[in-house]
Write a protein that binds this ligand. Structure first.
Ligand code: 13P
Ligand code: SF4
Length: 341
């Protein structure tokens, strides 16, 4: 029996200590699952304290992770900012590998744990450092803007990074009339539609967001008249044209907080609706369920084991990290802004 499953007894003490969490998540987690999650949540939270660790979770993590053990939930930009700012010596990144690399690049002296090293990303896998060098040779002098959904060696070749929350602002900050935008072709097209800067595209795509279709969105509106449709800019342009709001995952949360729509459909990864529903129990969510198989590799037993063993830890070669840090720091200096503002 692994030490993670040995921790899994739903004792009265565990039931008592996790009750406030259960009260918060009970409308998004089936009751039969709680006796499985609760002992792991209690063990992780205890070990987190003794290890002096902080747990950062992306908005696409399952609610037992996002609300059960995470100290901080957010979009890619917010996780990058938190990773740079935290004082904790150990960061457990509940997300995918490029996010853990960001945390390591910003805090090389810290131990950054990614509970499953296989948690990848179709966008990050779509491009290599050699591809970027070829693009730069084809377009000499044109600055490279790299969406953070890319690995460190690719970001090291870029002039500046961006996330979906600040992509337009970053592109415009360069004062150039042309930019090379990698690796998300759909986000690149969305940026191009919001600026007069010419955008040279790389045709990477998110395997989750590219599956949505405009017909599907029209069908939600037909079945639920008045539903507020919110889409992530990693979706194809014909999908974004059908949406009432386009923005990053945290942009969607802010928009719901401001507008308080009665009924919402989030055109993004499946767990997002569960996590937002915890925050806004009065909002009704229509739930399409496109799962990110990479995000879903992170589970409570793997988080516990990772904290017990301090493995697997992310490493980024120092020379690559130094160059990638420059492009991340340039992005963080540009500051935060929604793509829709
Ligand atoms: P944001 O949380 O930055 O919107 O990114 C979405 C995403 O697909 C991350 O992998
Ligand atoms: Fe990558 Fe898409 Fe998964 Fe985000 S949701 S990690 S962009 S595959």
């Amino acid at each position: 029996m692994s030490s993670a499953s040995a921790a899994a007894a739903f004792t009265p003490e565990v039931e008592r200590s996790t009750r406030p969490i259960w009260e918060r998540v009970r409308h998004v987690i089936p009751e039969v699952e709680w006796p499985v999650h609760a002992p792991l949540i209690a063990a992780i939270n205890e070990l987190k304290r003794t290890r002096g660790a902080v747990i950062l979770a992306h908005n696409y993590q399952t609610p037992e992770i996002a609300w059960g053990v995470a100290d901080f939930r957010g979009d890619s930009l917010a996780l990058a900012q938190q990773g740079a700012a935290t004082e904790a010596g150990v960061i457990v990144l509940c997300g995918v590998r490029f996010m853990a690399e960001t945390a390591k690049i910003m805090s090389p002296e810290k131990t950054v744990l990614l509970p499953d090293l296989e948690a990848g990303c179709s966008l990050a896998a779509s491009i290599t450092g050699a591809d970027v060098r070829r693009l730069k040779a084809q377009h000499p002098g044109v600055p490279v803007v790299c969406y953070v959904n890319a690995y460190a060696d690719v970001r090291a070749e870029a002039d500046i990074c961006c996330t979906s929350a600040n992509a337009v602002k970053v592109v415009e900050s360069l004062g150039s009339d042309r930019v090379i935008f990698i690796p998300d072709g759909y986000l690149g097209r969305y940026v191009a539609s919001k600026t007069s800067v010419e955008v040279i595209l790389w045709e990477g795509a998110c395997e989750v967001h590219e599956r949505f279709t405009p017909q599907e969105l029209r069908e939600y509106r037909r079945l639920q008249p008045g539903v507020h449709v919110m889409a992530h800019p990693e979706c194809p342009p014909e999908v974004l044209r059908e949406a009432d709001y386009v923005g990053s995952t945290s942009g969607m949360i802010r928009h719901i907080a401001n507008e308080r729509p009665r009924q919402v459909v989030l055109i993004t990864e499946c767990s997002m609706s569960d996590n937002v529903a915890v925050e806004f129990p009065e909002v009704e969510f229509v739930r399409p369920c496109n799962l990110c198989p990479h995000m879903k590799r992170i589970t409570l037993p793997k988080i516990l084991e990772s904290l017990q063993t301090l493995h697997p830890a992310i490493e980024v070669p120092a020379d690559v990290a130094a160059r990638a840090r420059r492009s991340l720091e340039r992005m963080l200096a540009v500051g935060r802004a929604s793509v829709t503002t």
